[in-house]
Design a protein around this ligand. Structure first.
Ligand SMILES: Cc1ncc(COP(=O)(O)O)c(C=O)c1O
Length: 383
């Protein structure tokens, strides 16, 4: 049976040094070691999203908590929110916003496509919005939003906070928080950071902190960033809620690995692995849902060729050694989702493609054995 290669879009495989950090002795959240580690972790978060003045927060929870935290600290009941949705996770913002009584308008694309930047500009001109959300990579569709282009548009509307969901991107795809005028950017642990799930990591711009203050009392307690602020500025300053101390150690190590690799190198590696997978899979007759310019470097949404049935393919693939995820919503049964982010190496790319080829051959699918890996190797190994 053996260990499976986990190629789902999160959680991603975790390096042993991160697991070692996670299993360090549990100390008090006020222990000088933990205080130092948390300070460094917050500083490293800022480096990864390229901000000087942004205020980082790391809060026990998951990506969804970060989404909700971003909204409740930016809007009050009746305020208008524009959601740009490229799939399931974009749509989740709508549900969160509705449960707080925010006025939501949605610009949604057909799954696999993007909302054109001009449409966003048009919408922002039509009405005043307190905030806009953009999901950098929607994990359900594998669509990577044109973040930089959208940021150029949003900059023209300084009263609109720019909230970016980086859960499936941060640490794997470039995000220049200051240069691109992002006001709130957040990520979980378990995707391109390669850390076990358990923390919501958010960075607020000065403007976003001012917005929070302008709201006065908000409909949240644990998620009120003003309650966390003094702890994040000085972790030795006291108690708000007991921090997930072991998770902080794990995230600290995860971020060190990212910075040791180097941001530019890491972004390039993600690009190379995505291209290798996408080219190899296309060579085998699979499709990739988004058009080339909107494909993510962190996850691929892989469309089955005629004659290959989703569930039996994924089950056999798993028996052969690789775990991938099912399609979501309207894409269920039509695609599988392949994660390729975090701390994976060429070995996982090549092994995964080899096991996909083995699985296809067991279904008597007509293709040339080795053609997918060959195409991928051209990208991975050719100097
Ligand atoms: C883009 C995106 N946003 C938000 C979330 C929610 O994160 P979590 O599952 O950690 O709550 C996910 C989860 O996969 C995601 O992919």
């Amino acid at each position: 049976m053996g260990k499976k290669i986990m190629m789902i879009p999160g959680p991603t495989p975790v390096e042993q040094s991160i697991l070692d950090a996670l299993s360090k002795e549990t100390v008090s959240h006020l222990d000088p070691q933990l205080v130092g580690t948390l300070k460094e972790t917050l500083k490293d978060l800022k480096t990864i999203v390229m901000t000087e003045k942004g205020q980082p927060f790391t809060i026990p929870g998951t990506g969804t908590l970060a989404m909700e935290t971003a909204l409740v600290n930016s809007l009050k009941k009746g305020d208008r929110l524009l959601v740009v949705s490229h799939g399931y996770f974009g749509d989740r913002f709508v549900e969160i916003a509705q449960s707080y009584g925010f006025e939501v308008e949605v610009l949604a694309s057909e799954w696999g496509k993007i909302v054109e930047v001009e449409k966003i500009a048009q919408k922002l001109k039509e009405k005043k919005f307190s905030a806009i959300t953009l999901t950098h990579v929607d994990t359900s569709t594998g669509v990577c939003a044109p973040l930089k282009e959208v940021s150029e548009v949003v900059k023209e509307f300084p009263e609109t906070l720019f909230i970016v969901d980086g859960v499936c991107a941060t640490g794997g795809i470039e995000e220049r928080m200051d240069d691109w005028g992002i006001d709130i950017l957040f990520a979980g642990n378990q995707k391109a950071f390669g850390v076990p799930p358990g923390l919501a990591n958010l960075i607020f711009s000065e403007k976003a902190l001012e917005r929070r203050n302008s709201l006065g009392k908000i409909s949240a307690y644990y998620m009120d960033i003003n309650r966390w602020l003094s702890i994040m500025r000085d972790p030795a300053s006291g108690y708000f809620a007991t921090h997930a101390v072991n998770m902080v150690n794990a995230l600290h190590q995860g971020l060190k690995i990212i910075l040791k690799e180097g941001l530019e190198e890491r972004f390039k590696r993600h690009r190379r692995f995505a291209l290798a997978f996408q080219t190899g899979l296309e060579e085998l007759g699979f499709g990739i849902l988004p058009s080339k310019e909107h494909r993510a470097n962190t996850v691929s949404t892989v469309v089955y060729p005629f004659g290959i049935e989703d569930l039996s393919f994924r089950e056999r693939l798993f028996q052969n050694g690789v775990l991938v995820s099912a399609g979501k919503g309207v894409l269920a049964g039509k695609i599988f989702r392949l994660g390729h982010m975090g701390n994976i190496t060429e070995n996982e790319v090549v092994a995964t493609l080899s096991i996909i080829e083995r699985t296809l051959s067991e279904f008597n699918y007509n293709f040339k054995l080795g053609s997918g890996i060959g195409a991928a190797e051209e990208i991975l190994f050719k100097k």
